[in-house]
Each structure stands twice: as C-alpha cells, then as structure tokens.
Ligand binder design. Structure first.
Ligand SMILES: Nc1ncnc2c1ncn2[C@@H]1O[C@H](COP(=O)(O)OP(=O)(O)OP(=O)(O)O)[C@@H](O)[C@H]1O
Ligand SMILES: [Mg+2]
Length: 246
C-alpha cells in the first residue's frame, strides 16, 4: 500500500544554515499549494520553529508537539488524523537522535550556505542519510546574488548528492517575515523570495510524487533515485568538501 503521508526532515549539523527558516517556509508553501493538511514538528530544544508558529495568526500549517522519543507514536497519530505532509525541523548536531529522526524521513533536505565552513560540515549529515538509505537534497540557502562561490558550492555539493535546482538567496525578508509568525509568501507573494520558495517546494513535491509513482507500481515503499545527480559538468576541478573522496 502506498503511504498517504510523507515526511520531510530538514537536517544539517551546521548551525544557522537555514533549517528552521526553510522548514517553516516549505510547510506554509506546501499548505498554500494544496498539498496539506501539513503539520510541523520541532525536535530542536531551542524551539525556534515552535516559537515562530506560536506567533502565527493562521492556523495552518498545524503544529504537532512531539519529542525524539515519541516520534513513532506521534507520526502514527498524525497519519490517523489525516495529515498528508509532515515537516520536521532538527537541531544543529549530529547525534543518534537525529539519525533516528532521519529514519522516519521520506526525503531529507540539507540547507547549506555557500560558504567553506558550511560545505565542510555536510559530511556527517550525508553519512546519516547514507546509513539510513534516505534520499537527500541539498538546498543552497542565503546565497549572495551573482557570487561565484554559489556555483562552486553547487558543483562541490553535487559530488555528494542531489542539489535542488532552485537557490534561495540572502534577503532580509526571510528573517523579517518570520518575526510575527509569517513567511515571505504572506508578506510579498509576488516577490523574488516567495518565487524561490515556490520553486523549491515544486521541486520537493516532484520528488515526493516520484516516490508515490514508484510505490504505486511496485506496491512497496521505495527509495527515489536522484533527478539531478551530476551537475559538476563545468569541467573544472573543485574542492571536495565535508569528507574525503574515495
Ligand atoms: N535566505 C535567507 N536570507 C536571509 N536570512 C536568512 C536566510 N535563511 C536564514 N536566514 C537567517 O539566518 C539565521 C539562521 O537561520 P535558521 O535559524 O533558519 O537556521 P538553522 O539552521 O535553523 O539554525 P540552528 O542550527 O541554530 O537551528 C536566522 O537569523 C535567519 O533569519
Ligand atoms: Mg533551527
């Protein structure tokens, strides 16, 4: 039987890479795009996503109070309540607990800033996804427009997995919109930031739809093959970040 509820986990060891920002934005965008009902889960003790949601006026997406230890039960409960998509935010760490959260994911999104520090920090998160055999997408976040390092980062990351074809740029409205519990789509729906979030969601949705299609064919839960595995076609040598190439 194909699953009717999907789980996207935002994870990265690097603090400040954009996990919470993108989790909140993708949760709202998925709901706006009709992929709901969507529920958010915050497994970070900092509780940033929960605090943001508490400031929201809109009741959607829903928020599920859960903890690492209760996740199995809470996800079952969410499925029973008819939620179609669960977005999970995680703390900036690489721990056994995060590995367990990833084990519930249909898709793991690794927000990564195009900076050497962020790129070098991706290795352990990739290893968790590999160990759990989970499809994983890098989402370049907070990029500077027209900066060469953005392309270089995409090329470097593509050696380790799939890079979302939509880059989220560094704009103050991402931070400003979240002050009162909203998102860029709710502040300026026609703005560039909103367009990027829509693009990222559409890509993630495509990936989830591929999983659905494959499950419908086989009747089994399957792991998606990446859509864009090799973007390193510039013919240039790029540094390998995060872990050693074999
Ligand atoms: N695209 C962006 N443009 C501008 N600012 C951004 C963008 N993405 C995130 N930020 C800002 O960067 C900071 C860190 O983002 P966020 O809290 O989402 O990262 P995080 O990965 O959840 O951090 P932590 O690891 O501490 O949980 C926040 O102040 C946020 O507003
Ligand atoms: Mg966070």
């Amino acid at each position: 039987m194909p699953q009717t509820m999907r789980v996207i986990v935002f994870a990265s060891q690097k603090g400040g890479s954009g996990k919470t920002t993108l989790a909140g934005h993708i949760g709202v965008q998925a709901e706006l795009a009709g992929a709901g009902p969507v529920a958010l889960i915050d497994t970070d003790p900092q509780g940033s996503l929960a605090k943001w949601w508490n400031c929201r006026e809109s009741p959607t997406p829903a928020f599920l109070h859960s903890a690492f230890t209760n996740l199995v039960h809470d996800l079952d409960e969410a499925r029973a309540q008819g939620f179609k998509l669960i977005i999970v935010d995680t703390p900036p760490a690489v721990t056994k607990a995060i590995s367990e959260v990833v084990s519930f994911a249909d898709l793991v999104v690794l927000p990564t800033r195009p900076s050497p520090h962020d790129l070098r920090a991706v290795g352990p998160t990739i290893d968790i996804c590999d160990a759990r055999k989970k499809p994983m997408i890098f989402a370049l976040n907070a990029a500077t427009p027209r900066a060469r390092i953005t392309m270089e980062a995409a090329v470097a990351l593509s050696q380790h997995g799939t890079v979302a074809p939509v880059t989220i740029y560094n704009r103050t409205d991402f931070a400003a919109s979240m002050i009162d519990g909203r998102t860029v789509m709710e502040i300026e729906p026609e703005g560039k930031s909103a367009e990027e979030v829509r693009g990222l969601w559409e890509y993630l949705q495509q990936r989830l739809m591929r999983l659905d299609a494959m499950e419908n064919e086989t009747g089994e839960v399957v792991q998606a093959a990446p859509l864009f595995r090799n973007m390193n076609s510039l013919g240039r040598e790029v540094p390998v970040f995060g872990r050693r190439a074999v």
